[in-house]
Design a protein around this ligand. Structure first.
Ligand SMILES: Cc1ncc(COP(=O)(O)O)c(C=O)c1O
Length: 391
């Protein structure tokens, strides 16, 4: 091949196809051919964004906030985030150490780019969100997976992290509630993880995008634990909590020693997040609590509905998720691999799911239940009869 047509060598470790994209393409083809497809593949909340956010963003346009913002984010939003972090997360954070980012995605990449060097090791519990392995590969860091098991409800245990720590370990990535399993890390394990981070002088990257999606458990921000504020990057997002995925707004809280570097990285990637939407996010943080409560109650009912159907599908296995809006389903007893199973369910039932390879967890598929209950019930019924044919 012509040398200029080669991507950077780091792409050798980054898949550019597979996972969600392949399933979406297949689903699109079937839809174009006239089939009805039930989309349970993408984690995109289906609610409208809160009115208070939309009104504030429209007003911001009318008020002329159509130019570059402060690269760290507009002060009103960073102040609203600082209040939220105190109120909800027990974190005492100055707006100086909050950076508004282009979604949590940009925060994760910027945080990792800011601190990781070639060859650094990053411990990541798997199954995991696909951005973590990709960012490690892009940066020449080595991801060290900590395998969590369905039989344990995909629990992350501090005692299992310990043996993975070497003198090259720089960071532990945690994501509670977890995408794709919905597992939540309880306070006792967070304390154990914090203890390991302090003892071994490690950073923690805590992805808390689903912090509000809890069906009985408590959310613990590891940065609020003793000794952790100086070694934790906390990442959050407007996307899921407020059903604002298209606004592309998230944030990172960095330890003061890291803030100027992290700001520089985010500046290099994006200059700044879009200006007028930031006023909408600030309004949502202060005034959309009721919208969030209504959505979470609805998600709990959706989870119960989806789990109820899955229990009737004998060859499938799953752990009842305590949070987020996903269920990771083991397909090992069907005799198919994850891609084959997704292809079969798409063809036979018209239901789109994602193969576990996208989450470093072959042998499983992810379902996102962020759809209305009637839609979900129809999809689950179709899936049940398709799975029934396998017996
Ligand atoms: C665990 C996790 N982190 C981060 C993101 C990125 O979210 P966004 O960039 O929309 O804020 C997602 C999106 O699905 C996610 O599931």
């Amino acid at each position: 091949m012509n040398k200029i047509k080669l991507p950077a060598r780091r792409f050798e470790d980054i898949p550019t196809s597979g996972g969600i994209r392949d399933i979406v393409d297949m689903a699109d083809r079937l839809e174009a051919a006239g089939r009805t497809i039930y989309h349970l593949e993408i984690g995109r909340p289906d609610f409208d964004s809160p009115k208070i956010a939309k009104d504030a963003a429209k007003k911001a346009i009318d008020d002329g906030f159509v130019h570059y913002a402060d690269m760290r984010g507009v002060l009103e939003l960073r102040e609203a985030l600082s209040r939220k972090l105190k109120r909800e997360n027990g974190m005492d954070v100055s707006p100086e150490n909050v950076t508004v980012t282009v979604g949590a995605q940009a925060a994760l990449t910027a945080a990792m780019m800011t601190v990781l060097n070639d060859g650094d090791e990053v411990i990541v519990p798997v199954p995991c969100f696909g951005a973590y392995p990709s960012a490690c590969a892009m940066l020449g860091a080595r991801m060290v997976p900590l395998k969590c098991r369905l039989e344990d409800g995909f629990a992350v245990r501090a005692r299992d992290v310990k043996p993975l720590v070497t003198d090259r370990t720089r960071m532990i990535v945690i994501n509670s509630p977890n995408n794709p399993t919905g597992a939540v890390i309880p306070r006792s394990e967070m304390e154990g993880l914090a203890d390991i981070a302090v003892r071994h002088d490690l950073l923690v990257l805590s992805d808390e995008c689903y912090e509000h999606f809890l069906y009985g458990s408590e959310h613990v921000s590891i940065a609020s634990l003793p000794g952790m504020s100086d070694r934790t990057v906390t990442v959050g997002s407007a996307s899921k909590t407020y059903s604002m995925t298209g606004w592309r707004l998230g944030f990172m809280v960095t330890p003061p020693w890291m803030t100027s570097y992290a700001n520089r990285t985010h500046l290099l990637m994006t200059t700044c997040a879009a200006t007028f939407p930031q006023y909408g996010y600030a309004a949502a943080l202060d005034g959309a609590g009721d919208d969030v409560r209504v959505m979470i109650e609805e998600y709990r009912e959706r989870r119960d509905l989806a789990a109820g159907y899955l229990r009737q599908m004998k060859p499938l296995g799953f752990a009842n998720p305590e949070g987020a809006f996903y269920i990771l389903i083991s397909v090992e007893k069907t005799g198919m691999n994850a891609t084959e199973f997704c292809g079969y369910i798409l063809e036979e039932a018209g239901v789109a799911l994602v193969p576990g390879e996208a989450f470093c967890y072959p042998g499983s598929v992810r379902m996102a239940y962020c759809k209305p209950k009637e839609y979900l019930a129809e999809a689950m019924n179709r899936m049940k009869s398709a799975v029934g044919k396998l017996a």
